[in-house]
Design a protein around this ligand. Structure first.
Ligand SMILES: NC(=O)CCC(=O)C(=O)O
Length: 278
């Protein structure tokens, strides 16, 4: 029995190889397992169907309305009656490509679509180099959607380093934030946990980040460590770098308790916070 204020979430951390069919098979298997274990909202990781490489994105990209990957996620969401946050996939629209997360409701309808708004262009000398903007265009929206449980916000990976978007989500009524992400072996150990705990604590929300598993044969070594943090900043569970599913109960009564006992959101000084930044 699932009450409206308490429900189980599952984060599926799957291995991604250079084979779309195999990647999708793995995802389907873990979603089915998560459903059998009572999960009501299930999320996948960033680029769950495609290696995280510029030379793969265009080859793997699909168009909304003609996408086999999205059709499969929609069918399982409908068949099993669960919400699926479809990690992210390379999306093609016209001549442009985006790093996009599609969200499916219990009828299999797309109820949310987030195109990554901060593209990961970094160069940590001799360690990690990536320039997503070589392939992708920038998304233009902050994305929230309704579920039967609460309002949910979605962002993708590098987006999580920009706190402004999460505060806006909370101003829109979000209580659960889900971020498909693929940090790496350098920035992951340094920043992953601290960012996630900070965003959860400042905004008094449940904050989940979902990674692919690490594939040692790939050039980009994902950090893994899918994680769920509660509104008090406590980590409720974290995986290692291998394939697996992370479960936790989301308790919206507990969230309200945290917000009423430590009323940070009410104590904001909105009269002080605006600046004309160029
Ligand atoms: N896929 C990404 O956006 C990676 C972001 C990342 O690793 C970071 O440190 O930020």
């Amino acid at each position: 029995m699932c009450q409206k204020n308490k429900f189980k979430i599952a984060l599926c951390q799957t291995l991604v190889e250079d084979n779309k069919e195999n990647n999708i098979k793995r995802v389907v298997k873990l979603i089915e397992e998560a459903v059998d274990n009572g999960a009501k909202i299930i999320s996948l990781g960033e680029m769950f169907n495609c290696p995280y490489r510029n030379d793969a994105f265009k080859i793997y990209a699909e168009e909304e309305g003609k996408s086999e990957t999205l059709n499969i996620l929609s069918s399982i969401a409908k068949e099993k009656g669960v919400y699926i946050i479809g990690g992210s996939v390379p999306e093609k629209e016209g001549e442009k490509y985006y790093n996009t997360s599609f969200v499916f409701d219990k009828e299999g309808k797309i109820v949310g679509k987030h195109r990554k708004v901060h593209l990961f262009d970094i160069d940590i000398k001799d360690r990690v180099k990536m320039k997503e903007s070589d392939t992708f265009s920038y998304g233009k929206n902050i994305t929230v959607f309704d579920t039967q449980y609460c309002k949910v916000g979605i962002a993708i990976c590098y987006d999580m380093r920009f706190p402004e978007i999460f505060r806006i989500m909370v101003q829109k009524g979000v209580k659960l934030i889900i971020v498909p992400a693929a940090f790496n072996y350098v920035t992951g150990p340094a920043h992953w946990e601290i960012i996630i705990r900070g965003r959860a604590m400042d905004n008094q929300v449940y904050f989940c980040a979902v990674s692919p598993a690490r594939n040692e044969n790939e050039s980009y070594l994902a950090y893994g460590h899918s994680i769920i943090c509660d509104p008090f900043g406590k980590i409720l569970g974290e995986l290692d770098e291998k394939e697996g599913i992370l479960y936790s109960e989301i308790d919206l009564d507990y969230l309200e308790k945290v917000r009423s006992e430590l009323p940070l959101l009410k104590h904001r000084r909105l009269d002080l916070y605006s600046v004309n930044e160029k």
